[in-house]
Write a protein that binds this ligand. Structure first.
Ligand SMILES: NC(=O)c1ccc[n+]([C@@H]2O[C@H](COP(=O)([O-])OP(=O)(O)OC[C@H]3O[C@@H](n4cnc5c(N)ncnc54)[C@H](O)[C@@H]3O)[C@@H](O)[C@H]2O)c1
Length: 278
C-alpha cells in the first residue's frame, strides 16, 4: 500500500453514496494511507428525499470496505446546512482519529432542475444552503481546527463545470457553484498564512446518482430518443470523447491534498476532458 497520506485524516461531506464522487475521493485517499471520515445527510426531509440522499446502510458499507482492506474509516451523520451538526462532526472526527488535515466539501444537490421563472424561493434556498452555505460552514469549522492543531491543511471544494459557465434550467445550481469558487478564492487569501490551501475542482458530467437525474431531464428536454443518444451527442462535444469518471475527480483531489500541490491555492481546476477551458 502506498503511504503518501499516512498519518493524515480527511473528512468529506456527502460521501455516503456508493456511486458518488465523495466515496471515490475517500477511497482514493484511503488507498494511500489516509484515515477517512465519511459523512452524509441520512434523514430524508422536504425536497431532499431518499431518492437523492444517502442511506445509513450504504455509508456503513463503504466504511466497512475500507476497514476490511486494512484502512481506518468512520461514518458520521452530517447535514451540512446545520452548523451544530458541522461542529459536532468535526469534533467527533478529531476525537476518534486524532486530527483533521483535509476537508472536502462535496455535498451537493443538482436534481432541482427547472426553468428560472418557475423556480420557487424555497427550492432556490435549498440548493444554496446545501451547495454553498454548507461549504462555508464546514470551511469555517475545519479551518478553526486546522489552525488550532497547527501544521496547515487542505480544503478542496467540489464545484462543477457550472461554476464556469451558465447552464439551462439550473440557475440555482449554477449560481451556487459560481459562489463556491468565490468562497474558494476568499478563503485561500485568509487561510494561506496558516499554511492551509483552498482549491476547487470543476468536473463536467459524471454519471453518478445526481448525473443520472440530469441525463433523464436533459435527454427529454432536448428531444433525444434515449439517454444513450443524449450521452453519445455529449461525448462528441468533449475533446477527450468520454464523460467524466468518479476516479478523475478523486485523483485530482488527491493531487490537491498532496505535497506536490503545496504551492497551489485559490485555484478552480477543470477536470472536464477539455470541455471547459477557462
Ligand atoms: N455528477 C456530476 O456530473 C457532477 C459534475 C460536477 C460537479 N458535481 C458535484 O459533485 C458533488 C457530488 O455529486 P455526485 O455527482 O457524487 O452526486 P450524489 O448525489 O451521488 O452525491 C451528493 C451527495 O450529497 C449528499 N447531500 C445532499 N444534501 C445534503 C446535505 N444537506 N448535507 C450533507 N450531504 C447532503 C447526498 O446524500 C449525496 O451523498 C456535488 O457537489 C455535485 O454538485 C457532480
Amino acid at each position: 500500500m502506498s503511504v503518501r497520506f499516512a498519518g493524515k485524516v480527511a473528512l468529506c461531506t456527502g460521501s455516503g453514496r456508493r456511486a458518488g464522487l465523495g466515496a471515490a475521493i475517500l477511497q482514493a485517499l484511503a488507498a494511500e494511507g489516509c484515515k477517512v471520515v465519511f459523512t452524509d445527510m441520512l434523514d430524508p426531509q422536504a425536497e431532499l428525499t431518499s431518492a437523492n440522499i444517502a442511506s445509513r446502510n450504504e455509508m456503513q458499507g463503504l466504511v466497512g470496505e475500507i476497514r476490511a482492506a486494512g484502512g481506518e474509516a468512520i461514518g458520521l451523520p452530517l447535514d451540512v446546512r446545520d452548523e451544530v451538526q458541522v461542529e459536532a462532526a468535526i469534533a467527533a472526527a478529531v476525537s476518534q482519529l486524532g486530527r483533521l488535515d483535509f476537508l472536502i466539501n462535496n455535498a451537493g444537490v443538482g436534481f432541482l432542475i427547472e426553468p428560472l421563472i418557475g423556480t420557487s424561493k424555497q427550492r432556490w434556498q435549498t440548493v444554496m444552503e446545501v451547495n454553498l452555505t454548507g461549504a462555508f460552514l464546514c470551511t469555517k469549522h475545519a479551518a478553526r481546527q486546522m489552525i488550532h492543531q497547527g501544521g496547515g491543511g487542505r480544503i478542496v471544494n467540489i464545484a462543477s463545470q457550472a461554476a464556469k459557465s451558465g447552464h439551462l434550467h439550473m440557475a440555482a445550481y449554477t449560481a451556487s457553484k459560481h459562489g463556491m469558487v468565490g468562497l474558494t478564492r476568499a478563503a485561500a487569501i485568509e487561510l494561506g498564512p496558516h499554511g492551509i490551501t483552498v482549491n476547487a475542482i470543476c468536473p463536467n458530467h459524471v454519471t453518478t446518482g445526481l448525473g443520472e437525474v440530469q441525463n433523464q431531464y436533459f435527454s427529454q428536454l432536448r428531444g433525444f430518443e434515449s439517454v444513450e443518444e443524449y450521452l453519445k451527442d455529449m461525448k462528441g462535444r468533449i475533446p477527450l470523447r468520454r464523460v467524466g469518471l468518479p476516479a478523475d475527480t478523486a485523483q485530482a483531489c488527491a493531487f490537491l491534498c498532496s505535497d506536490a500541490a503545496a504551492y497551489v491555492t485559490g485555484e478552480a481546476m477543470n477536470v472536464s476532458g477539455g470541455m471547459e477551458m477557462h
